[in-house]
Write a new protein. Sequence first.
Length: 384
Amino acid sequence: MRTQVAIIGAGPAGLLLSHLLAQGGVESVVLETRSEEYVAARIRAGILEHSSVELLESVGLGDRIRAEGDHHRGIYLQWPGERHHLDFVDLVGRSVWVYGQTEVQKDLIKARAADGQEIHYEVTEVELHDDHVTFTDKSGQSQRLDATAIAGCDGSFGPSRQAVPAAETYEKVYPYSWFGILADVAPSTDELIYAWHPNGFALHSMRSATVSRLYLQVPNGTDPQSWSDDRIWDELATRLGHGQNGWKLTPGPITDKSVLPMRSYVQTPMRHHNLFLAGDAAHIVPPTGAKGLNLAIADVALLSKALIAKVKEGDERLADRYSDDAQRRVWRCTHFSWWMTTMLHTSGDPFDAQLQLSQLKWVANSEAGATGLAENYAGLPIGY
Ligand code: FAD
Ligand code: DHB
């Protein structure tokens, strides 16, 4: 088999890249170890930045976001006794959309199917070489895929990251995890609540008018099954301030429980010869601030342009700059995610707690502080 770009991974980075390349007249083949059903249903991120929505809309993927997504002007930031609304539209003229990664995946899968995109699901033994990839297809046949370029979009556990020799890596592991639940209950808030509490951080997010998504800071190694539903709702009520100023958290049936460890990781360069890394294959952020999915989208927006110029015109200039260009935004988002995480998660140290509260009060009450958070949260323009 031969194609112009071999894409490893059918997550949001890989599928969106195949879509952008097709729109630019470049063909690709996507290889994915999991099944189509699995990649469409994997519950992960839920917030799309302004520029992610603009990009998806510009390539025909915005209809369902507009119809079924939920536009949010900002977020609530709170600590015991106080809740402040930060209005990103007023502060920076940009905003965010609540639209689950599962829905982004479904839209991409549908659009790629309508376009006749070749995607091989349930492949095994994927091996990267300079100008080709070998793999075993679903029926057990060994295959060789020759390509002008290879895009490593295979997330944090895929083989692409290791195929960049002598890469520099930067890593920070946090001493806490997120316990996430999905619940069949209307959200108790119109916009997301990020709550600092002496017991630990809590976040009230949502997926739709009838589905809530909530998170609790828990110690690393927590077994999600060791928490009863009542204990989860009680702790969420405490940390989110049930009863304060008449606000109520409405509990409901929990349909999913999972624990997510948190780390920051950056690998550079994001290119080695014909191999280009994008999304979680090159970097991981802790989830606070909802940057992971948006960063994957921003990477492939740059990468698609570089690969179209390289494959169609033999023009390597954007490809040569890709890693440096992408890393500017990667480090901005790495800093923002670290900052949100360390401002909101408790460490048990009373000195740290006072610094966090001071920082939160400044962000909530100073226009300069609020603008900095809003600019990063709503997202810098693609190409920043
Ligand atoms: P992925 O979505 O990981 O896609 C990579 C794909 O490559 C996968 O489909 C994988 O099966 C495939 N693959 C792996 N190995 C191979 C191989 N050898 N050959 C072929 N294919 C392969 N971000 C947020 O902003 N908010 C959140 O709440 C949030 N929650 C998260 C929860 C979890 C459990 C995880 C893991 C991540 C979460 N993220 C969150 C991060 C966000 O989901 C990711 O940043 C985003 O999925 C990155 O997209 P990607 O396409 O780069 O990688
Ligand atoms: C969600 C995840 C985040 O990391 C975040 O900061 C906000 C929302 C979510 O899954 O809904």
